[in-house]
Design a protein around this ligand. Structure first.
Ligand code: CP
Ligand code: NVA
Length: 331
C-alpha cells in the first residue's frame, strides 16, 4: 500500500483497503509508542498546522505525532496569520508548500481545504471542516475495532445533528467498511440526500446498510455503538441554540438509550461534550434554557460503556499514521 503524496481531505477519496491500512498502521504505531520504541523516521521534515477554529485533541495529536516522528511543527492560530484576510488560500498554499512537507487545515467550508490542497504541492490533511472530520473517523474505527475485534457488521447509531461533519463522516466510513449506520434524529437533521445516495453506492460494495429514522426505540435497538456530538458546532450562530435544544432533546443519549442498545454496547463521542455544567458555554446556555446536560447524560458519559478517552487517545495514533503514510515514512 503506497499513500505517499496523497492528500487526506475526506474518506470518500479512500478505498476500504486504504482506510483499513491506515487503521492497521495506527495500531502498529500505538504498539511502538507503548513499548517506548522510538519511531522518529521523518527527522528533518516540518509541517504547518492551520487552525481557523479552536481545538484541543486535533492540535495536540498533530503536534505529538509529528514530534514522535522527529518532525518540526508550526502552529498558525485563528488570528495570528494573514490567511483569508490579507492573503488568499491559493497564495497561502503556495507559500507554505515551499517551506513545509505537509499542511493540516481546520476551518470552515470543505472547498477551502480542497483549494489549499490544489495549490500546496505537498500533502494537505483535513483537521475538520463544516462537512467532514476524516481523522476523527480513523480514531473511532480503531477504538471500535480494539473493543469488538472487528468492524464489518458492527451496528453504529448516530444521534443528534447528522447533517454536519460528524454525521456525514460516520455515514461514509460505515458505508465503506461494511458497517450498519443509523442516523437517529429529527428529520431536518438527517444527512443530505445526495450524500446518502453516494454512501448507498459504497454500501452495495461492502454489505453496509444505511438507515434514517426519527424513532429512538427502533433506531437504538440492539445497536453496538451509540455515538453523539455537540448539537451546536463551532462557527454556528448563537440563534440556533433554541431550535437545536427543542428538536434534538428527544435524541439525548441516556441510560434508557444504552439499555435499549445491544448487551455489550459502547458509547462514543468525538468530544468536547456537554455532559455537565462544568464548562463556560454549557453554564451560560443552561442559564438561558434550563438544562443540566445536553447531548449525553453525565451518567452515560462516566459509565463503563463510555470509551471516549480511549477514543481521544487514538486521535494521536491515527493522525500519526496519516502523516507517516502520506509522507512516505518507513515504519
Ligand atoms: N474531536 C476533536 O476534533 O476535538 P478538538 O476539537 O479538541 O480537536
Ligand atoms: N461537530 C463538532 C465536532 C467537534 C469535534 C464541531 O464541528 O464543532
Amino acid at each position: 500500500m503506497n499513500l505517499k503524496g496523497r492528500n487526506f481531505l475526506t474518506l470518500k477519496d479512500f478505498t476500504p483497503e486504504e482506510i483499513t491500512y491506515l487503521i492497521d498502521l495506527a495500531a502498529e504505531y500505538k504498539d511502538k509508542k507503548k513499548k517506548g520504541i522510538l519511531h522518529d523516521t521523518l527527522r528533518g521534515k516540518n509541517i504547518a498546522l492551520i487552525f481557523e477554529k479552536t481545538s484541543t485533541r486535533t492540535r495536540c495529536s498533530f503536534e505529538v505525532a509529528a514530534h514522535d516522528l522527529g518532525m518540526g511543527t508550526t502552529y498558525l492560530d485563528p488570528s495570528g496569520s494573514q490567511i483569508g484576510k490579507k492573503e488568499s488560500i491559493a497564495d497561502t498554499a503556495r507559500v507554505l508548500g515551499r517551506m513545509f512537507d505537509g499542511i493540516e487545515y481546520r476551518g470552515f467550508e470543505q472547498a477551502i481545504v480542497e483549494e489549499l490542497a490544489k495549490h500546496a504541492g505537498v500533502p494537505v490533511w483535513n483537521g475538520l471542516t463544516n462537512e467532514y472530520h476524516p481523522t476523527q473517523m480513523l480514531a473511532d474505527m480503531l477504538t471500535i475495532r480494539e473493543h469488538f475485534g472487528h468492524l464489518e457488521g458492527i451496528k453504529l447509531t448516530y444521534m443528534g445533528d447528522a447533517r454536519y461533519n460528524m454525521g456525514n463522516s460516520l455515514m461514509i466510513v460505515c458505508a465503506k467498511l461494511g458497517m450498519h449506520f443509523t442516523a437517529c434524529t429529527a428529520k431536518e437533521y438527517f444527512p443530505d440526500a445526495a450524500l446518502v445516495a453516494e454512501c448507498e453506492e459504497y454500501a452495495k460494495q461492502s454489505g453496509a446498510t444505511i438507515t434514517l429514522t426519527e424513532d429512538v426505540d427502533a433506531g437504538t435497538k440492539d445497536t453496538d455503538v451509540i455515538y453523539t456530538d455537540v448539537w451546536v458546532s463551532m462557527g454556528e450562530p448563537e440563534e440556533v441554540w433554541a431550535e437545536r435544544i427543542a428538536k434534538l432533546s428527544p435524541y439525548k443519549v441516556t441510560k434508557a438509550v444504552m439499555d435499549n442498545a445491544g448487551k455489550d454496547a459502547v458509547f462514543l463521542h468525538c468530544l468536547p461534550a456537554f455532559h455537565d455544567l462544568k464548562t463556560k458555554i454549557g453554564k451560560e446556555q443552561s442559564e438561558k434554557y434550563g438544562f443540566t446536560e445536553l447531548e449525553v447524560t453525565d451518567e452515560v458519559f462516566e459509565s463503563k460503556q463510555s470509551l471516549v478517552f480511549d477514543e481521544a487517545e487514538n486521535r494521536m495514533h491515527t493522525i500519526k499514521a496519516v502523516i507517516a503514510a502520506t509522507l512516505g515514512a518507513v515504519l
